[in-house]
Design a binder for this molecule. Structure first.
Ligand code: FAD
Length: 370
């Protein structure tokens, strides 16, 4: 039986990033991909990645290897409430930063990580479970089977909503503006993107109640585009589908514990949040940064399976993941209400925040840091 320092189970973006980050510390890593091959069309999602996530990917030599069209910077963000005059705007210029986020092609990022893993001297991709390791890191996503086998609880709440994702082209340049509409009960995001059409493509994420999502998924392309035009009132130009549509059921969830003697959970295996704030993967990559730091800074005599050591990781991640769960849930509940009084209040709230530069600066800093 071969022996490694760390066994990483799950080779999604979080698992591959963790394998590379720990290999850079000189540890011997076994990376175990999913034994059940899930064939299907490539992931059409594009992720909004924070500056912290980009810095991690850059340090892993993955960021600079991405083709230019696979990562688009966001310079401004325009959020609308139920009425056209309730608007909240963020700008990189106001926040004195280069960009608010980058929109990154999920499939291309996963591919670049896989290629970095292939060339990483301390990472072995293994295809059976006949290995021994001091530490097992579970990065198997929200349905992690190993987490369940270990008896670690996972509390989940289904929202009864689905997110429809697709690639779009527009008749107008995106000008690096991300647009979002909070319209009870829908949340619609258009993320600026550069494929298939440079400067005038978007990645769509449209979260809606299940029944409405089903209706939209059953529509032909023309009718769907029409529904999109109605929802966006033409603010982003004439939108056309540039890919098939795909949908994800939405839930929130968190594990009852994220560390124990010889094991840790990272990414969606540990916590799942609604995609309305585009923060799920950012949380997972921040888990990677935190665990790598805890391991790098450990006392020389501490073993990798030391429960106390791993608790440092759990403590470091407790507040940020809890806060993000509360924020996304709070926003969702606030915007789910359709009573006129609540609508009026939240629309005023958006406009009020828009006129409070220090609140906007605080919100921007939180989003950049996550
Ligand atoms: C529509 C939508 C839009 C989103 N947009 C954003 C965004 O803009 N920004 C953002 O930060 N986040 C976003 N997210 C969240 C993001 O998708 C997730 O947080 C992220 O993919 C989690 O990565 P992961 O590696 O932890 O899990 P996963 O991506 O689920 O990867 C887990 C991997 O483990 C494998 N696996 C499963 N079981 C086993 C096993 N037993 N053994 C080995 N391997 C196993 C799986 O096959 C998979 O390859 C979005 C989510 C949705 C649904």
């Amino acid at each position: 039986m071969k022996t490694y320092d760390v066994l990483v189970r799950g080779s999604g973006i979080v698992g591959q990033s963790l394998a590379l980050a720990l290999a850079r510390l000189g540890l011997q890593i076994a990376l175990r991909p999913d034994p059940v091959r899930r064939e299907g069309s490539p992931d059409i999602r594009a992720y909004a990645l924070s500056a912290t996530s980009v810095a991690l990917l850059r340090s892993l030599k993955v960021w600079d290897a991405l083709p230019a069209h696979a990562a688009t910077p966001v310079h401004d963000m325009h959020i609308e409430g139920d009425s056209g005059d309730s608007v909240l705007e963020f700008s990189a210029w106001e926040a004195k930063t280069g960009e608010l986020a980058h929109i990154v092609d999920a499939a291309v990022l996963e591919r670049e990580l896989a290629s970095a893993v292939r060339f990483a001297p301390h990472v072995s991709v293994i295809n059976d479970d006949d290995v021994q390791a001091s530490l097992t890191a579970l990065c198997e996503g929200k349905a992690s089977g190993t987490r369940d086998k270990l008896g670690i609880g996972f509390e989940r709440v289904a929202y009864g909503h689905r997110a429809i994702a697709a690639r779009l082209t527009s008749s107008r340049d995106h000008q690096n503006v991300a647009r979002q509409w909070f319209r009870s009960p829908d949340v619609l995001a258009l993320l600026p993107f550069d494929t298939p059409q440079p400067q005038s493509s978007y990645a769509l994420v449209w979260s809606l109640p299940d029944e409405r999502a089903e209706v939209l998924l059953a529509m032909d392309d023309r009718a769907f585009e029409q529904a999109l035009m109605e929802a966006t009132a033409g603010a982003a130009g004439e939108l056309a589908l540039a890919s098939p549509r795909a949908a994800w059921p939405l839930m929130r969830g968190h594990a009852s514990a994220v560390s124990g003697a010889g094991w840790v959970l990272l990414g969606d295996a540990a916590h799942v949040v609604h995609p309305l704030a585009g923060q799920g993967l950012n949380l997972g990559l921040a888990d990677v940064v935190a665990l790598a730091r805890v391991i790098a800074e450990r006392e020389p005599w501490r073993e990798l399976d030391d429960e106390k050591l791993l608790r440092r990781y759990a403590r470091a991640r407790l507040a940020p993941t809890w806060a993000m769960g509360q924020l996304t849930d709070g926003l969702l509940q606030l915007f789910a209400h359709s009573t006129p009084a609540v609508r009026e209040l939240r629309n005023r709230g958006l406009t009020l925040v828009n006129h409070l530069p220090f609140v906007k600066r605080w919100l921007t800093a939180r989003a950049l840091d996550s």
